[in-house]
Design a protein around this ligand. Structure first.
Ligand SMILES: Cc1cc2nc3c(=O)[nH]c(=O)nc-3n(C[C@H](O)[C@H](O)[C@H](O)COP(=O)(O)O)c2cc1C
Length: 372
């Protein structure tokens, strides 16, 4: 299967299946002398790890990462840094339970890639979806931990802003609240409502969709390129490549299709030092495919987890009509664990575009022409 690589200069290739011995990735093109440790990557992986609350799957995947190549001791600091050579990362799979999946060997699970993989390849790893399993996204998070370090001063954060019918109140947005509830929710009041709401959905053997917002601050102006290398285009593709994502928007997104020009304008003024100041950020930090220096803001929607206890109609590969319900361990809302994955994808795209900008113009982003 081809197409396992994302990025042009910061290139991430992932490999492995959910029920193989291990999963991994190779990051090629990472600049040298970037300080990085396994512990720093582990912090990000732990945010995605299942089984951290009753609202995520109870699969036990410790997701312990090993750096296999591409790092060395920096003689001046004594710390570990990248060498500029390919960085290989690996996580062993330790919680594969094939017996959970034997019932679905010949039955296509609606909403999963079972049918389309069989149609395309004529062979399918029925034990956990193989490459279509969200297990692969662990390596995106690991690579993202390194990507976060490429653009100086970059800060990428994400939040869950909607679960099913219940959306946060943005006036209560508090980034500090995200670490103190099981949902990455920036609205502490809504986080409490979600507990009751999701408990009911879980007990009903069902699942529900969600909307996630990712924000990158400290993005220098100038990243991205006309016409087929637009920053927003690449961000949308990267977020859409995550399992279960069915919609992506940048800035005010689909809201832009409902409002008038004067309401959509991000008006510009000058500050005391003569620097441009945008009075709003409806564009989500991207103009003409190129970053404006404002925070880059993207939202994406994930569908309800397809594997549910409730029986649904399907067919077998023979083919015969039948029904299926999933008794294995699954997330009632994949939106929770997808937050760090969305952050990682945004960081990877920004790292790649930062290096591409430097490669083409010979300048670091944020420096204007003529500056060296
Ligand atoms: C972090 C994460 C965890 C997921 N866990 C499950 C799960 O437990 N059960 C399930 O049916 N789908 C789960 N999914 C979604 C499936 O992987 C996905 O729907 C499936 O591979 C089909 O791909 P598509 O929805 O992108 O078309 C998860 C997705 C993510 C991002």
């Amino acid at each position: 299967m081809s197409h396992n690589t994302i990025g042009h200069l910061f290139r991430v290739t992932t490999w492995g299946e959910s029920h193989g011995p291990a999963i991994g990735c190779v990051i090629d093109g990472c600049p040298p002398l970037i300080p990085i440790t396994e512990a720093e990557i582990q912090v990000e992986l732990d945010r995605r790890r299942p089984g951290q609350s009753r609202f995520t799957t109870q699969r036990r995947e410790p997701d312990t990462v090993r750096i296999l190549s591409g790092v060395f001791e920096d003689e001046t600091t004594g710390g570990q840094v990248t060498t500029g050579t390919p960085i290989a990362l690996q996580i062993e799979n330790v919680d594969q339970r094939s017996k959970d999946y034997t019932e679905i060997r010949k039955r296509y699970r609606p909403g999963h890639a079972d049918y389309s993989y069989d149609v395309k390849y004529g062979i399918r790893d029925y034990r956990g979806g193989g490459r279509s399993s969200a297990r692969e996204t662990a390596m995106r998070v690991a690579a993202g931990a390194i990507a976060r370090k490429i653009v100086p001063g970059l800060k990428v954060r994400g939040a869950l802003v909607r679960i099913g019918e219940h959306e946060i109140d943005r006036s209560r947005w508090d980034w500090d609240a995200i670490g103190s509830n099981p949902f990455f929710c920036p609205d502490p009041v809504m986080a409490e409502n979600w507990e009751t709401y999701l408990d009911a959905i879980r007990k009903d053997g069902s699942s529900v969709g969600a909307v996630i917002e990712v924000v990158a601050e400290g993005v220098p102006p100038g990243l991205g390129a006309p016409v087929y290398g637009k920053l927003d285009q690449d961000i949308c593709a990267a977020l859409m490549s995550i399992n279960a994502v069915k919609g992506v928007e940048i800035g005010n997104g689909f809201e832009a299709g409902r409002i008038r020009g004067e309401d959509n304008a991000d008006e510009i003024r000058l500050d005391d030092a003569g620097n441009p100041v945008f009075l709003s950020n409806k564009a989500g930090g991207v103009l003409g495919g190129i970053s404006s220096g404002q925070p880059v803001v993207a939202r994406f929607a994930v569908k309800p987890t397809s594997s549910i206890l409730k029986p649904v109609k399907t067919i077998t590969s023979t083919p015969e009509e039948t029904e299926i319900s999933t008794k294995g361990r699954h997330d009632p809302c994949v939106g929770i664990r997808v937050v760090p994955i969305g952050e990682a994808m945004l960081a990877i795209i920004l790292a790649d575009h930062y290096l591409r900008h430097r490669g083409q113009t010979g300048r670091s982003a944020g420096q204007s022409a003529g500056q060296s």
